[in-house]
Design a protein around this ligand. Structure first.
Ligand SMILES: Cc1cc2nc3c(=O)[nH]c(=O)nc-3n(C[C@H](O)[C@H](O)[C@H](O)COP(=O)(O)OP(=O)(O)OC[C@H]3O[C@@H](n4cnc5c(N)ncnc54)[C@H](O)[C@@H]3O)c2cc1C
Length: 420
């Protein structure tokens, strides 16, 4: 699949100049994706002016390429989190994920970020038991104060004319947006609050010296008391412990040609849709009657195969749309940890990781950045909730094989359940 993404095709912005010379900072953040910029903005809002280094352009990583779904939860499921933390801390983490959704909304409002937010998201049931989804809706509404509504098959198919769906959960508080525009908005807001951002500035090395760190870049260096590595899936070589804990996985998106009335006949709601398969599929309507369709997982850039798989998936869900052409198609790399929870932790004194958000990064980066900012500025210690999720190795060269085995196994199971 080829760049630019549909979002990038909407327009470029002038790059910020690279760092030249030496600067001093309390905190140096490496990585200008959602994680780094959420932290930068949260710190700026607490009155702490940090410096951020981005090796390319803001939004060049997963954050400027993603599907734009702002949904509650983490990449790890609630039962998986609970198995590690116990019920009380798992509830606190899930509540944080909901706070993350609200925080994205609040930032858009507070900083007038023009990123086309559209309310509502639907989780469509393709493989699961609708009764189990209804039970989860009751539990979530009682335990977390969510407003999930259960749609039976008729209600679901009224909005989404697909033979594939057995039921759905509607979440009026989730939403979708243009992620690149949102990210650029975060950067502008942080700068307006006094933060410094340098693009085209790769951190080449992070060295501890005296009571702080020297971060070397091609045109100079940053001297900082503390460093936060928010380098996503592509930021190898700065910290071996972090490198070993992150497994990059590729996923893809296609955007169709304008579909006109055909789209309105098939899809009669503007919400984001995500389905319940292990390798989830998701889509959302775009301006001009286009459809953004995403999903799939690959270890390496089998990009054309991924594009064909996505278009076949679309045709399977909405056969009435025929075989629409993709005018834009791209892949992005997600950073997965072994436990599928992000690393929000101190790897060594004053050297922090804010990474490993996997395929669920919009709400989670916002709240993880906020929680870390509160900790670093002496606010509260909610960051301790991430302690059980350590930087454990993803298995070295065996990691991709194990991931492939898991994905194949679960996808076969899903295919079997969809036949039944
Ligand atoms: C195709 C796709 C679709 C997705 N869809 C969704 C979705 O709909 N909803 C959702 O919630 N999540 C989604 N995600 C996941 C989400 O995009 C990620 O979890 C999130 O963007 C991770 O943000 P990040 O800042 O950790 O990583 P990144 O966005 O990758 O940012 C890391 C940045 O660090 C920079 N960097 C790396 N090394 C250095 C260095 N040495 N010096 C300076 N800079 C460096 C990189 O250039 C990069 O810009 C999707 C991901 C992909 C790929």
């Amino acid at each position: 699949m080829s760049a630019p993404s549909w979002y990038h095709a909407q327009g470029t912005v002038p790059p910020r100049p690279p760092l030249a010379g030496a600067v001093e900072a309390g905190t140096c953040i490496v990585g200008g994706g959602l994680a780094g910029l959420s932290l930068l903005l949260s710190l700026a809002e607490c009155g702490h002016r940090a410096v951020l280094l981005e090796k390319g352009a803001i939004g060049g990583g997963a954050s400027g390429l993603n599907g734009g779904m702002v949904l509650p939860g983490w990449a790890a499921s609630l039962p998986a989190i609970e198995a590690r933390t116990g019920a009380a801390d798992a509830s606190a983490l899930y509540a944080l994920s909901l706070e993350g959704v609200r925080l994205v909304r609040a930032w858009i409002g507070r900083h007038a970020v023009a990123c086309d937010p559209v309310d509502g998201a639907v989780e469509a049931v393709r493989v699961g038991d609708p009764a189990a989804f209804a039970a989860w809706a009751d539990e979530s509404n009682a335990r977390f104060g969510t407003r999930l509504a259960v749609w039976d098959q008729a209600r679901t198919q009224d909005a989404y004319q697909s033979p594939r769906y057995k039921a759905a959960l509607f979440d009026p508080d989730a939403f979708h947006l243009d992620p690149l525009a949102y990210l650029r908005g975060l950067a502008d807001a942080a700068e307006a609050d006094g933060a410094a951002i340098y693009e085209a500035t790769p951190a080449l090395a992070v060295k501890r010296r005296g009571g702080g760190f020297y971060i070397t870049v091609p045109g100079g260096e940053v001297r900082a008391r503390r460093v936060v590595l928010a380098v996503g899936a592509d930021g190898r070589g700065l910290c071996r412990r972090l490198d070993r804990a992150i497994l990059p996985l590729l996923t893809g998106i296609v955007v169709t040609e304008p579909l006109g009335e055909r789209l309105r006949d098939a899809i009669r709601a503007d919400c984001a849709v995500v389905d319940d398969r292990f390798v989830t599929g998701y889509y959302r309507p775009l301006p001009e009657g286009r459809l953004l369709w995403g999903g799939g997982l690959a270890m390496r850039a089998g990009a054309d195969a991924l594009r064909r798989r996505l278009l076949a998936d679309l045709a399977g869900v909405y056969p009435q749309l025929g075989r629409p052409a993709a005018t834009h198609a791209w892949t992005g790399r997600m950073a997965f940890t072994r436990h599928r929870m992000p690393l929000v932790r101190e790897l060594a004194p004053d050297l922090w990781a804010l990474d490993g958000f996997g395929g669920h990064g919009l709400n989670t980066t916002a709240i993880a950045g906020e929680v870390l900012a509160r900790h670093l500025t002496g606010g509260d210690d909610a960051v301790r909730l991430f302690d059980p999720f350590d930087a454990v190795t993803t298995g070295g060269p065996l990691g991709p094989l194990a991931a492939r085995g898991l994905v194949w196994g679960q996808s076969l199971k899903d295919a079997w359940r969809m036949r039944g």
